[in-house]
Design a protein around this ligand. Structure first.
Ligand code: HEM
Length: 133
């Protein structure tokens, strides 16, 4: 039961992080001042901390070492790529077009992470995943 709640929190914060990242990418183009606002940065940081803590809690409950499970290792490496692309897109990119490119690549990366998690494989079978819904 506890595990189900933690997983729900994990998946909910995943949905929020992807939605809020997309919104910030939109603001980056239309209203750049928004992404620098304190509440925007705080909200994102709090959500991502909860996402990470829920992920770690599930690892502890399942007694999994993420570096011995291929899809979890893949997810962690992809997480690093997502963070770096996201930082370039929202904070460090020099031009709007390079920021937008990084942002779109970040969205592809996080989408891949969702597929990896749902398929429990670094090379997820999308058709099999779709059959589950
Ligand atoms: C943006 C980053 C992340 C995304 C998009 C993501 C996505 C997901 C999704 C969609 C699920 C649900 C899978 C299902 O319903 O079958 C899941 C489960 C899980 N995630 Fe994540 N995750 C992220 C980060 C992390 C991190 C950082 C960790 C570990 C520290 C982690 C560990 C786990 C574990 C252990 C499960 C449970 C799998 C199971 O119940 O068998 N995730 N993740």
């Amino acid at each position: 039961m506890l595990y189900a709640w933690i997983k729900l929190i994990h998946v909910s914060t995943v949905v929020f992080t992807i939605s809020f990242f997309s919104l910030r990418l939109f603001w980056m183009i239309t209203a750049p001042g928004m992404i620098k606002k304190r509440w925007v940065r705080k909200l994102s940081a709090y959500n991502d901390t909860i996402l990470l803590l829920a992920g770690i809690a599930m690892l502890v409950i399942l007694r999994l070492n993420p570096f011995q499970v291929d899809w979890l290792t893949t997810k962690l490496v992809a997480l690093l790529v997502y963070i770096l692309l996201g930082m370039h897109a929202l904070h460090f990119g020099k031009t709007k077009s390079s920021r937008l490119t990084s942002g779109v690549l970040a969205l592809f990366t996080v989408g891949y992470m969702v597929l990896v998690a749902l398929g429990r494989s670094p090379t997820p079978d999308i058709l099999m995943i779709l059959q589950r819904f």
